[in-house]
Write a protein that binds this ligand. Structure first.
Ligand code: ARG
Ligand code: ZN
Length: 879
């Protein structure tokens, strides 16, 4: 049999069957597995370039769908030997990459030997090497790159894992569950055996072997189980694990308290690894994390990084119930675990910090990342109907919109009834591979809701738009709401959704409302009347962003200024500010504003900003949110076709105007906030956030003054939030301080990969007019490499998200991203495919740029041997 130990792992070539068409997997084609695997014993002889894997499967016919052929998925591996019931077996065949065996009986033992080369595995899926350590990433379909197996989430097995390797290279040997035995071998080797009592799908398998140190703590569950906690990192990094450990303990407490979920093993291990495709992975009892979501200390991590660590640690921990104890039947159900777990981590973070600020941040992410997905060629429902490569469906739609959909259930049911629903869900499906339908049914039954029509949120893609008309007669206000769900690829016609809208009607004179109403819009058009309003009230709708929709309501600038100052729902205040600015900028970009209208629009915005800056009742964290201008990608969504150059120019000009008009306020603010000493409490964090905000507005208005202040902030910084904020502002200015600060930062943090990532992304994301040339030069910097996903994203994701770089009118930004995709694809198709969506938005862009974008997509499409990941994204983007 083919010995792979000396050859590199096969690239992820597009698997084109004979007709040349890519294989499409359809949700409705699901059939249960023919064979189950109640137990698996794995034996690893570890080595960096040739790890031998012996896999012993106990297989049983599945009474639900019995068939003689056992299908074992493989990907880039070859079987060295196959045994059935202890006898060498030659009667097996390959079907593409899968190994098929016909088995006569009801139950058999199948033993297969494979050899894999972790060092050659640049895709970082399956078993790979990272800086001398070995680790795995199996979700979604990486296990089949290690050994032949029914690699589908509805096959659950009890795992026993033995591994042996060089004691010097791999002093730490970890897998899922509990350590059961260990010992010394010959020639400086040692071994360990792990057993996980909880049956799990192959995507939750993990193995780590390397030279690592642990930070340890423990947690006692409410039923008295003492759990040993360990976070494994490279020597030298252990001082930066405290925040992650505190976050883990807080998550364990919170899940008991809020969802009644307890941890179920005697140990919980986390390993941080520098080379990682995603954020982190919830492998049972052995979470594997991208270092960026574990390591944090004040000098190297911003407040935002602290929040991200807390959120991701919680997310992966919460998967122990929403994902592991109850897993997914098939990958179309991905949002079952991801949408629900994102909601859970959002709720946790809201409870830990400022709930209103957290809500605003989550909506900002949704609008910046998910709305564009929903309105583009890659739009898909939170439960997709088909895919070519499942890795492409780890999207903001499945994750963030998925969370919004379940959040709407909490709005409809209220917290107590929702909890009854989740209790029933966990109870009913514990140990099972479930579907989104199972989840909805459990919430229906447990919470006592009828979600019949609500289920459309799982079926239909696209962001619904709700048009609002307000009429006032006598003492009655009538809201007429019209919903439109836009057509998306494969879904030309849509049915009305169930849209819960928290609403309040404010009296202009008192500045108060008479209680909030929950309006549930379920028809294409529907009217709702409210009496007791002698004068026309001010409408506050979709408070708390109760539904993930776009509201189009004709609210005057005056009313928006009123809501920005008076609304008692903090999200609605933020929303009023956003709408005020969006309306102005959209009209300005469209060239619809007369000079007088431009002045009036700015004046209203200036007034609202001044009120926010002066409002003593606001905390600084919230104030910081209210003065953030709507992002360019969200503005692009409001304009089709969009001229990104005009959006940038108008947005920057408004910033400059606000900087000039409120110059005294910004400088006072910068002085006040600079005097607040560092701590992690909300007041100090708020001060840090505003401090840099003040510089952001001063920069275009008074660049010399802003540069002086930024330099002072940089030099005085005791923490990364201040330092990065100052450097970000300097990076965008054409001032002498810029190069000095950038050079200092690079030298000061040399060797710290995560901080050097910041150095790359600050420059790639900057407002500097030469940012594109800077990115092109940075690609040749000795610290740059295509082999580390964090580094690639630091430079190129920041560039692709910076319209000043990406949408350069010459097309050079598009070409640069297309070149990157082509270069990266043979190394890591999964990461390469993530760069296609920005190019895929060409239909929304003005014709000259759109043609350039399309041409780059065509150039990629013409490349033979593309990964299935890139192939799928590019072909869909060209349709
Ligand atoms: N399940 C992981 C999470 O917690 C993400 C896995 C990412 N896998 C992938 N193929 N992109 O969200
Ligand atoms: Zn997740």
């Amino acid at each position: 049999m083919n010995d792979l130990s000396s050859t590199p792992a096969l690239p992820a070539e597009a698997q084109l069957p004979d007709d040349g068409q890519p294989t499409v997997i359809n949700r409705l084609d699901y059939t249960p597995p023919a064979w189950l695997v109640p137990q698996i014993a794995l034996d690893f002889a570890l080595s960096l370039d040739a790890t031998r894997v012996l896999s012993v499967l106990s297989v049983e016919r599945n009474p639900a769908n019995p068939a003689p052929t056992l299908r074992l998925n493989g990907d880039g591996i070859a079987a060295r030997s196959v045994n059935v019931d202890g006898q060498p077996h030659n009667d097996w065949r390959m079907d593409g990459a899968d190994l098929l065996i016909d088995l006569p009986g009801e139950a058999h033992t199948v033993t297969i030997e494979t050899v894999v080369n972790p060092t050659a595995n640049t895709q970082l899926s399956g078993l790979y090497a990272s800086g001398g350590m070995l680790c795995t990433q199996c979700e979604a379909e990486g296990f089949r790159r290690i050994t032949f197996f029914p690699d589908r989430p509805d096959v659950l097995s009890v795992y026993t894992v033995k591994m042996a390797g060089d004691k010097q290279k791999f002093p730490i040997l970890l897998s899922n569950g509990n350590p059961v035995a260990s010992g010394e071998g010959e020639d400086g080797t040692h071994w360990a055996e792990w057993h996980d009592p909880w049956p799990k799908p192959s995507y939750l398998f993990a193995l780590v072997a390397g030279d690592l140190v642990a930070s340890r703590d423990s947690f006692t569950t409410r039923s008295g189980r003492k759990v040993d906690l360990a976070i494994y990192v490279r020597a030298g990094d252990e001082a930066r694990t405290d925040h992650a450990m505190r976050s883990l303990i807080a998550s364990m407490e919170w899940d008991e308290e809020v969802y009644g979920r307890e941890y179920d093993l005697d140990l919980f291990n986390i390993v941080a690894v520098s080379d990682f495709n995603a954020g982190a992975m919830e492998n049972k009892g052995l979470n594997v994390f991208n270092t960026r979501y574990i390591l944090a200390d004040p000098e190297t991590a911003t407040d935002g990084d602290y929040d991200a660590v807390e959120g991701v640690v919680a997310h992966e921990y919460f998967h122990n119930w929403s994902g592991n104890r109850v897993t997914c039947r098939d990958w179309f159900q991905l949002s079952l675990k991801e949408g629900f777990t994102v909601l859970r981590d959002q709720q946790f973070s809201a409870d830990r910090g400022s709930a209103p600020v957290k809500r605003i941040e989550d909506v900002r992410i949704l609008r910046a990342a998910q709305f564009p997905e929903d309105s583009g060629p890659l739009a898909h429902p939170i439960r997709p109907d088909s895919y070519q490569e499942i890795s492409n469906f780890y999207t903001a739609t499945v994750y963030n919109k998925g969370a919004e959909v379940i959040r709407m259930m909490t709005v409809l049911a209220g917290p107590e009834r929702f909890r009854k629903g989740t209790d029933l869900y966990f109870d009913r499906h514990d140990g099972e591979a479930a579907t989104c339908e199972d989840f909805v049914k459990a919430i229906e039954d447990g919470a006592g809701l009828d979600l019949t029509q609500f289920r459309r949120w799982y079926q239909q893609a696209g962001t619904p738009r709700v048009d609002v008309a307000v009429a006032h007669a006598g003492d009655t206000v009538t809201l007429t709401l019209k919903q439109t769900v836009p057509p998306t690829p494969g879904q030309p016609d849509k049915q009305p959704m169930v849209i819960p809208l928290r609403t309040a009607l404010f009296d202009r004179a008192t500045g108060k409302h008479d209680g909030e109403h929950l309006i549930v819009l379920a028809e294409a058009e529907q009217s709702f009347s409210f009496s007791g309003h002698a004068t026309p009230p001010v409408l506050s709708i979709n408070r708390g962003f109760s539904a993930p929709v776009a509201i189009a309501s004709p609210v005057s600038n005056e009313d928006l200024v009123f809501l920005a100052a008076h609304d008692d729902d903090p999200f609605a205040r933020y929303e009023a500010m956003q709408q005020l600015v969006v309306q102005h900028l959209v009209s300005a970009v469209r060239g619809e504003l007369s000079p007088a209208q431009r002045d009036a629009g700015r004046k209203a915005i200036g007034e609202a900003f001044a009120a926010v800056l002066a409002d003593g009742a606001l905390d600084d964290l919230m104030r910081g949110e209210l003065v953030i201008l709507p992002g360019e990608s969200y503005l692009h969504e409001q304009l089709a076709p969009v001229d990104p150059g005009k959006v940038r120019a108008e947005r920057e000009d408004l910033k400059r105007w606000l900087g000039e008009t409120l110059k005294a306020e910004w400088t006072t603010l910068h002085d006040r906030c600079s005097a607040v000493p560092y701590s992690l409490d909300a007041a100090a964090r708020g001060a840090r956030k505003l401090k840099t905000q003040a510089l952001v507005y001063l920069a275009p208005a008074a660049p010399t003054e802003a540069a002086r202040r930024a330099r002072a902030q940089y030099d005085a910084a005791t923490n990364m939030t201040d330092r990065q904020g100052a450097l970000m502002v300097l990076a965008g200015l054409d001032v002498p301080e810029r190069a000095v600060a950038l050079a200092d930062f690079h030298q000061r943090f040399a060797g710290n990969m995560l901080v050097i990532d910041k150095w790359f992304s600050l420059q790639a994301g900057s407002l500097h007019p030469d940012a594109l040339a800077h990115v092109q030069a940075l690609a040749g910097h000795p610290d740059f490499t295509l082999n580390n996903p964090n580094r690639v994203r630091a430079l190129y994701m920041a560039a692709a998200a910076n319209p000043g770089v990406f949408h350069d009118a010459s097309g050079a930004g598009y070409r640069m991203i297309a070149d990157l995709i082509l270069q990266l694809d043979p190394i890591n198709g999964n990461v390469a495919a993530r760069f296609v969506p920005p190019l895929g938005r060409w239909k929304k862009i003005e014709p000259a740029r759109a043609a350039l974008m399309r041409a780059e997509l065509e150039r990629i499409a013409a490349q033979p041997g593309l990964s299935r990941d890139v192939r799928e994204q590019v072909s869909k983007s060209l349709e």
